[in-house]
Ligand binder design. Sequence first.
Ligand code: ADP
Ligand code: GLC
Length: 483
Amino acid sequence: MRVLFVASEVFPLVKTGGLADVVAGLPPALTQLGMDVRVLVPGYPKVMDGLELTGKVVRLGNVLGGGAARLLYGRVGELQLLVLDAPQLYERGGGPYAGPDGRDWPDNHRRFGALCDVAAWLAGPEGGNRWRPDLIHGHDWQSGLVPAYVSLMPGRRPATVTTVHNLAYQGVFSKEVLPDLRLPWRMFDVRGLEFNGHLGFLKAGLWYSDKITTVSPTYARQIQTDTYGHGLEGLLQDRDADLHGILNGIDTEVWDPTHDPHLVARYDAAEPFAGKRANKLALQTRFGLQRDPDAPLFVVISRLVGMKGLDLLISAGTTLLRRGAQLAVLGSGESKIEQGFDAAAAHWPGRVAVRHGYDEPLAHLMQAGADAIVIPSRTEPCGLTQMYGLRYGTIPVVRRTGGLADSVIDASAHNLAHERATGVVFNDMDADALAWALERTIDLYHHKPLWHAMVRRAMQEDFSWRKSAARYVALYRSIARAE
Ligand code: ADP
Ligand code: GLC
């Protein structure tokens, strides 16, 4: 079966979060199961620079008024890519969604609408006798119009799947942009593209797709409630039979402590402690922390935004310091959160340190050198950093929500006694609950037999894509119209 992924990010070319890792990590696992997968992405400068061309270049003309465009066939590593090269839309500085000033590009509807339009075109007769997908699997709002365009195709249509990586980002635009997107006004309806009087890309995806998935079973239930549904809970309840929560996997080659080139020492689950200690000292040096292998070292590797709950850590942080622990933070985002961590670092030199910006190699060293990783998210559709932590023997301290609840087993007395615990989980969204979780983590850290057993167990968990990829294949087979 030919499967076309449509996404706005792909690791290692362009990444702002976990979406890029999933879009790069899932296709190889699907390929192992016999699927023929390609990934359609916008031709941002970083994609154009990193792409290895493998095939012909197809002229597309003026897609949705976005200027002359071409479709390029290429690859990055093992991943087969299709790139929409439309300089007027994508050849810009800044990030994939916003300019250097941090403001969303005003023509984002056209930038991602064009991507969706081209995906549908590829599956139709005009796509020619080129590689023609049987199924289109879109990711997040940027791909939301794919099934809307597909619904307009005459004759044979591809099956469609939309995956929600984060329901908080919906791609909502003024209805006035509808003509830019060449969609008929009759589709601007509550039974279609309309969302609270506006045009909703994600809403459209959820309405028109054959199947909907999201990235953990718990989040699949949560998004059907008022608290987590962002106004789409009713639609998601109606589509319950077509909505599946499939836990993300991780790329176990990119994230592998036995081979990771970014570590100063490599290690495995059988003998992790000498290696982790060497990485810890290197990490303390990098961050200017006191070089103390016995101080419990907590890390944060995250976008510093409200949903990640890190304001709670800023409030609860004194608990760590009172107990002799250290904290290293990597990330950037909202200035209030950045400043909160900066103030803590200024107040506790050698004990708290912060690096702003995006640094993939440093993220790897932190996963290896830390004792624990803190993820107190308000919402977390899946979360990948807790799984990277587990694989690197870094104990996750997480709030019980979304994929965090589905991937970390709390060190309760019962789970410890049954040798199941892999992390520390807390329920309430407040600083006291997090402080209590941090206290428990430090207590465990000082109880070496329990801690060591937990680290080894965490490292042995299987978070590879194998099982989840099989679930996607079963889903594809249930709706695909042609093999
Ligand atoms: P989200 O997608 O909501 O940001 P995830 O946990 O799914 O959360 O994915 C985050 C990804 O981004 C992980 O691969 C993590 O290592 C990476 N990451 C986050 N912040 C940084 C940073 N400042 N530098 C390097 N990698 C980062
Ligand atoms: C989103 C979510 C995150 C998830 C990632 C990959 O960015 O916020 O929880 O892990 O997508 O699915």
